[in-house]
Design a binder for this molecule. Structure first.
Ligand SMILES: *[C@@H]1O[C@H](CO)[C@@H](O)[C@H](O)[C@H]1NC(C)=O
Ligand SMILES: *[C@@H]1O[C@H](CO)[C@@H](O)[C@H](O)[C@H]1NC(C)=O
Length: 479
């Protein structure tokens, strides 16, 4: 069977090769349609061969798309926008967006949102000065893109707005599948960069957002916003900037659910990413926005009691993570440099379903713990399914909710002190121990676990090693 198929494959390949050679030879004088017809025929032969081997045939289509009556790409310069950034281009750009929203409608995306059929505002690689936010029209629209140029706020731009705003007039979705791509957004220390409010499935891709005083990006009530391959910073720098202690603003403020931030650098802001919603996912984020010692925070998760946040494969560069009353928080595969750490901040004392696992921490040997607790409001009292384990630390103090240690003694008591290793003070919910002795069989018992110290006592003196494993979290299995 195998050899038969191999033979067949060789035959077909030889056949295709001959045909391709023929086609190249002919193409100089034969009509293009004839060429396409042959390619199509070859493809159908190949497809039928593949389908015989169990794989689905690849669809091939060479039909030309119907030509639009007029292009849906609206060029900024054709609307009289000034690509040198000298004159105000707000009106021209607004007109271009407005025309794009009048593009032939191809039906609807989600109910009530007109499909603009891939309409674009193309910025033609220019730099445009604007004095008002570029807003989408209050009519619905989706499948639209703004791309390819720079926007700068003029000195009279309103300080409480953003250069591009998806800001529907009501709570119902007006915008879906809007893409903002290949843009340089300079807020010129007037307001913020991009605001995505109550919008569905928005993409921000390959943008560089700087000089904001509020937020680089605001995502509010929006769903499935993808922010990717983007650089965000208030002041353009590469670390160690003399203005760092004065960095303000938030790189990305997420007040919504189900958004994704992927491969993003926040290089200057008081808080890199602030999360106030659920089920958001951050991956490949690099924060060096403002060092912890200057009061900065890389990622601040302010969704106490209902967190549902995943942070993976990210890089915290002298600035860390703060999570208030975390309930379902996952931090993994990340690198913390320069004493950067994770702070669990108690609001009413709940930590539930927290995984801080498989991260690397690097510090300057001044004894900074990798995970810390802020219990100034209230002590953590509900601690369940919290796992801090399998991290490694170099020049920082490893903290964990699971610990193992052995101690040798010649006598009647063995004590292992876990108070340095364990995250929560005076909390051991599970102990397992073994007393390893070479001679005799003494009776022994677990005496004490208070203060995160485990004491085992034997009935008579022996030389023995105590091995202990402790766990601070409970996992309730309900049958
Ligand atoms: C343990 O202590 C006893 C009594 O003090 C002593 O005789 C014995 O040699 C010690 N064993 C070890 C291994 O040190
Ligand atoms: C356990 O140890 C603590 C302090 O080390 C002590 O105060 C307490 O009385 C001990 N409990 C028992 C049952 O020995």
């Amino acid at each position: 069977m195998v050899s038969k198929n191999t033979m067949l494959a060789k035959l077909i390949l030889a056949f295709l090769y001959v045909n391709t050679v023929l086609d190249y030879g002919e193409s100089s004088y034969s009509a293009l349609s004839d060429y396409h017809r042959k390619i199509r025929w070859m493809a159908s032969i190949k497809a039928s061969f593949i389908s015989r081997n169990g794989a689905p045939p690849t669809p091939h289509s060479f039909s030309t798309a119907p030509v639009l009556a007029s292009s849906r790409v609206h060029h900024a310069i054709e609307y009289g926008a000034d690509p040198t950034g000298k004159l105000d281009s707000t009106n021209a750009l607004e007109q271009a967006i407005s025309d794009a929203f009048r593009s032939p409608v191809e039906g609807q995306l989600i109910q009530g949102v007109a499909d603009l059929g891939g309409a674009q505002l193309h910025l033609n690689g220019g730099t445009y000065k604007i004095s008002r936010p570029l807003c989408l029209p209050k009519t619905s629209g989706g499948n639209f893109m703004i791309l390819g140029g720079s926007l700068t706020a003029s000195p009279d731009f309103p300080t409480d707005r953003h250069l591009i705003e998806l800001l529907p007039s009501s709570d119902s979705y007006l915008y879906e599948d809007i893409t903002l791509k290949d843009l340089m957004i300079d807020s010129n220390f007037r307001g913020g960069g991009i605001a995505i409010v109550n919008s569905l499935r928005t993409v921000i891709d390959n943008c560089y957002i700087s000089h904001f005083i509020t937020n680089g990006i605001l995502i509010q009530g929006s769903h499935e916003t993808f922010v990717k391959n983007t650089f965000i910073g208030q002041h353009i720098n590469i670390g160690g900037d003399h203005r760092e202690k004065d960095f303000s603003g938030v790189g990305i403020l997420i007040k919504g659910n189900d958004n994704v931030v992927t491969d993003v650098v926040v290089f200057s802001a008081s808080i890199g990413i602030m999360i106030q919603g659920q089920a958001n996912m951050l991956t490949g984020v690099h924060c060096y926005n403002k060092a912890t010692r200057w009061g900065g925070t890389g990622i601040y998760i302010q969704a106490p009691g209902f967190t549902q946040t995943r942070i993976a494969n990210s890089y915290f560069d002298f600035t860390g993570i703060i999570a208030e009353d975390p309930v379902q928080l996952h931090v993994t595969g990340s690198f913390f440099l320069g004493n950067a750490f994770i702070l669990l901040k108690s609001i009413v004392g709940v930590a539930f379903g927290v995984n801080i696992v498989d991260n690397m921490f690097s510090g300057d040997y001044t004894g900074v713990p990798i995970v810390q607790l802020d219990q100034s409001n209230s002590p953590f009292t509900t601690i369940e399914q919290v796992i801090v384990d399998r991290n490694n630390a170099r020049g920082m103090e490893l903290k964990s909710t699971v610990a193992r240690r052995s101690v040798w003694s010649n006598g009647t008591t063995w004590t292992v002190d876990f108070s340095q290793a364990l995250l929560f003070p005076n909390l051991i919910k599970h102990v397992q121990y073994t007393l390893q002795a070479e001679a005799s069989f003494p009776s022994h018992i677990l005496r004490n676990i208070s203060g995160n110290r485990v004491t085992v006592e034997s009935l008579w003196p022996i030389s023995a090693t105590l091995h202990v494993t402790v766990d601070q979290s409970t996992v309730a299995y309900t049958l």
